[in-house]
Design a protein around this ligand. Structure first.
Ligand SMILES: Nc1ncnc2c1ncn2[C@@H]1O[C@H](COP(=O)(O)OP(=O)(O)OP(=O)(O)O)[C@@H](O)[C@H]1O
Ligand SMILES: [Mg+2]
Length: 645
C-alpha cells in the first residue's frame, strides 16, 4: 500500500525548495528532487512510504501483506519520526501538513471528471455582432477586426454545429483548422482583440510566449502546458477547455534565420513541437515530471486501484500566433519589387509597414524562417496597423477605455473626482505617441502626468481634480493652486465645465450608436433615455454598457409595475413609451421605490378604472405620460366618454 504525506514549510523561512522524498520502510530518506524557488517560500515535501508490493501488477501478495504487517510501521508513527527529523534538520522551519492537500486535489480531480459532462460552448453570435462588440473597445484595425471576428466566430459555430451531428470527430478529421497568424507592431490591439473575443464567446483563453518554449519542454515551458492551463481557465471543465483559445506571442522570435547561427536548430525544434498540438493531439493532464500531479495520481490509485489517464484533445482548440514581424517587411518588399520590375509599380516605405505586411505571402514566411508545415497550419492572417497620434487620442476619448476608468477609480479611492479635459487628453496622446509603443504608451503618459498629484492630493482637502493641459505642463504650480483654498472655486468651475463638455460628448456618442446599443441591450433608446445614460455615465465611474443597463433595469421595473398592478386589481395598464420614461424618472430623480410608485398608481387609478370596468367590462387601459401627470383629469374624461357612450 502506498501512503502519501505532504509537508510544507512555514512562511518566512529559508526552506525554499520543493522536495519529493520517498521513504523506504522507516530506514531512511531519499531525496528525489530539489528545486530552488527564487527565495520565496515554497516547500512541499511529499513522501510515500513504500510498502512492499508487486510493481508489475500493483497488487499486494499474501506474502507481502504478511510481511508488511510486521515490517511496516504505522504512518502516524512515521509522521512523528519524520517531524522530529525535519525539526532537527530545519529547526522548526518545516512542518508537516496533513494529507488533506492531496484530498483537496483529488476533489478537484473528481470535479474535473464530473465537469466532463457539463457545459460546452454556449453562445449565439454571428461575426457581424462580434465586430460591433469589438467596435466598442477597439479603435481602428477594421480589417483585423473583421478577419478575427469572422474566423473565430465561424470556428466555434462550426464546432457547435458539428456537436449536434452524430460523429462530429470523424467529420473534423482531415479538416483544416482556422488557426490564425497576427502581425503588427506593439500595443496596437493584437492581444486585446483576441481576449475580448474569447471573453464575449465565453471560451477559455490562455496566453504564452514563444520565446519561453523549449524544444524538449519542461513544466511551464511548452505548449502542452498552455493547453493544460486552459483547463484551469475553464474551471476544470475539460469539454470547455477543449474549445479554448491558445494565444502565443512573439512567434516571430522562433523563426530561424540565415543571420542567426546556433540557436536556429532549437527554434525550428520549437516550431516542430507546435505542429501536433496545433492540429490534433491528446495532451495528458498529468505530467510525469510534475510532482504534485504525481501525488494526485498516487492518491487516486490508492483510493480506486485504477490508473486514470485524462487528456485534453486539441482538435478544436484554436491557436493564434502573434508577433511584430518587423523584419519580414524587407522580405516582402524584395519579393514584390522583383515581381513588379518592368511594371512601374513601387512599394512605399516608412509608415507603410502595414501595407507591406498586408501583402504577406506564405513564401515570405518560409523565407523568414518558418517551416513549411508550421506556416501551413496558420491559414488565416490578420495584420494590425500602427496607431497614429489621433488614434491614441480616440482611444482615450472612448468612454469604455479601461485606462481612463482605472485612473478615475484610483482617485475615487481617495474621495477625489477626476475629469480630463479634451485638450489634456490630446496632450497625453501626443506624449504617448513619442514612446512608439502604440497604446501601451498611454498608461505611461498618464502615469507620468498624474503621479505627483496622486502623491499629494489624497492628503489635501481636494474633492475635484480637473486635468487640463496646464496641470500636465506645470504640475508643481498646479498642485499648489489646487491645494489653496483661494483657488477652490476656480478649479470647481473648470471641473464643472469639463463635466458639461463630457455630458455633451457622451450624449452624442450614445445618440450616434443608439441603434446598436438598443439592439444589444434590448431597449429602445428614446431621447429621454439617452439623456439619462449620459447623465448616469457622467455621475458615476462606469462604461456605456453599464449605464444603458441601468436604464434597462428601471425599464424592467416599469414592466413589473404593469404586471403587479394587473395581479392586484385585474386591470391591465399599458404604458406608452413616454409614460414608461416618466415612471423611470420617478425611480431616478426622487429615487422612489418600487412600492411607492405602485402605491401612487393604485391610489390614482384603481378606483376609477374599476368603476369603468364594472360598467363596460373593459380591463385594458392605455396610459400616457399626460394621464400619469394629471390622473384625475384623465379619469374624468375617460368616465365621461366610456360611461356616457
Ligand atoms: N486599437 C486599440 N484600441 C483601443 N485600445 C487599444 C488598442 N490597441 C491597444 N489598446 C490598449 O493597449 C493595451 C495593450 O494592447 P495589446 O495588449 O493588444 O497590445 P499588443 O498589440 O498585443 O502588443 P504586444 O505586441 O506588445 O503584445 C490594451 O490593453 C488596450 O488597453
Ligand atoms: Mg500582446
Amino acid at each position: 500500500m502506498w501512503t502519501s504525506i505532504g509537508f510544507t514549510g512555514s512562511t518566512d523561512t529559508i526552506c525554499n525548495f520543493y522536495v519529493l522524498i520517498r521513504i523506504i520502510g522507516h530506514y531512511g530518506v531519499i531525496l528525489y528532487e530539489k528545486i530552488i524557488k527564487n527565495s520565496k517560500l515554497f516547500s512541499l515535501i511529499a513522501l510515500d512510504f513504500l510498502h512492499p508490493r508487486d510493481y508489475s501488477t500493483g497488487i499486494m501478495t499474501d506474502d507481502i501483506k504478511k510481511n508488511s504487517k510486521t515490517s511496516i510501521p504505522d504512518p502516524k508513527e512515521i509522521e512523528k519520526e519524520l517531524g522530529d527529523f525535519l525539526n532537527k534538520k530545519f529547526g522548526g522551519n518545516v512542518k508537516i501538513v496533513s494529507p488533506a492537500i492531496l484530498s483537496e486535489k483529488s476533489a478537484r480531480d473528481q470535479k474535473s471528471r464530473d465537469a466532463e459532462k457539463t457545459k460546452s460552448i454556449n453562445f449565439d453570435l454571428k461575426p457581424k455582432e462580434l465586430i460591433s462588440y469589438l467596435d466598442q473597445f477597439i479603435i481602428k484595425q477594421d480589417n483585423a477586426k473583421a478577419t478575427l471576428s469572422t474566423k473565430i466566430c465561424t470556428h466555434f459555430n462550426r464546432i457547435k454545429h458539428l456537436e449536434k451531428t452524430a460523429d462530429s470527430r470523424a467529420m473534423m478529421v482531415g479538416g483544416v483548422k482556422s488557426n490564425i497568424l497576427i502581425a503588427g507592431p506593439t500595443g496596437v490591439g493584437k492581444t486585446y482583440m483576441v481576449k475580448l473575443i474569447a471573453n464575449k464567446l465565453g471560451v477559455p483563453f490562455v496566453k504564452g510566449d514563444a520565446t519561453k518554449f523549449t524544444e524538449t519542454g519542461y513544466v511551464g515551458g511548452n505548449v502542452e502546458d498552455l493547453v493544460r492551463d486552459l483547463l484551469r481557465e475553464a474551471d476544470d471543465d475539460i469539454e470547455l477547455a477543449q474549445n479554448g483559445i491558445v494565444y502565443i506571442d512573439e512567434i516571430d522570435k522562433i523563426a530561424s534565420s540565415q543571420n542567426r547561427i546556433g540557436a536556429d536548430i532549437s527554434r525550428t525544434g520549437v516550431q516542430r513541437a507546435l505542429l501536433k498540438p496545433m492540429e490534433d493531439t491528446d495532451v495528458e493532464l498529468k505530467v510525469p515530471h510534475d510532482p504534485v500531479a504525481m501525488l494526485q495520481e498516487m492518491e487516486r490509485f490508492q483510493q480506486t486501484g485504477k490508473k486514470d489517464k485524462q487528456v485534453i484533445n486539441t482538435a478544436n482548440i484554436l491557436f493564434i500566433m502573434s508577433g511584430a514581424f518587423g523584419e519580414l517587411t524587407d522580405i516582402i518588399k524584395k519579393r514584390t519589387t522583383k515581381q513588379s520590375i518592368g511594371f512601374g509599380a513601387e512599394i512605399s516605405n516608412g509608415d507603410e509597414q502595414f501595407n507591406i505586411l498586408s501583402n504577406m505571402a506564405t513564401e515570405d514566411l518560409i523565407k523568414f524562417g518558418f517551416e513549411t508545415e508550421f506556416v501551413g497550419r496558420l491559414p488565416i492572417r490578420a495584420i494590425l496597423e500602427k496607431l497614429t497620434e489621433d488614434d491614441l487620442y480616440q482611444i482615450l476619448k472612448n468612454p469604455n477605455n479601461p485606462v481612463i476608468l482605472g485612473k478615475k477609480l484610483d482617485f475615487a479611492a481617495y474621495g477625489i473626482s477626476i475629469k480630463f479635459s479634451d485638450d489634456a487628453l490630446k496632450m497625453i496622446a501626443e506624449n504617448a505617441y513619442t514612446e512608439n509603443t502604440g497604446a501601451r504608451g498611454l498608461v505611461n503618459a498618464i502615469e507620468a502626468a498624474l503621479l505627483q498629484f496622486e502623491t499629494v492630493l489624497p492628503s489635501e482637502n481636494v474633492k475635484y481634480f480637473p486635468v487640463t493641459p496646464d496641470i500636465i505642463k506645470d504640475p508643481q504650480t498646479s498642485i499648489l493652486s489646487l491645494c489653496s483654498d483661494e483657488d477652490t472655486e476656480k478649479w470647481e468651475q473648470i471641473y464643472k465645465d469639463i463635466v458639461t463638455d463630457e455630458y455633451k460628448f457622451i450624449r452624442s456618442f450614445v445618440d450616434d450608436k443608439w441603434k446598436e446599443l438598443s439592439l444589444r441591450h434590448n431597449l429602445t433608446l428614446t431621447q429621454y433615455r439617452i439623456d439619462h445614460v449620459a447623465d448616469y455615465f457622467c455621475k458615476n465611474i462606469t462604461n456605456i454598457g453599464t449605464s444603458v443597463d441601468m436604464i434597462r433595469f428601471y425599464y424592467d421595473e416599469v414592466k413589473k409595475l404593469e404586471m403587479t398592478f394587473f395581479s392586484h386589481s385585474d386591470i391591465n395598464l399599458i404604458f406608452d413609451e413616454d409614460a414608461v420614461d416618466f415612471l423611470i424618472e420617478q425611480f431616478i430623480e426622487p429615487s422612489a421605490t418600487f412600492d411607492e410608485v405602485l402605491m401612487k398608481l393604485t391610489s390614482d387609478f384603481e378606483l376609477g378604472l374599476k368603476l369603468i370596468q364594472e360598467k363596460t367590462g373593459k380591463n385594458r387601459f392605455f396610459i400616457s405620460r399626460e394621464a400619469l401627470v394629471n390622473s384625475q383629469e384623465f379619469l374624468d374624461d375617460l368616465i365621461r366618454k366610456e360611461i356616457s357612450d
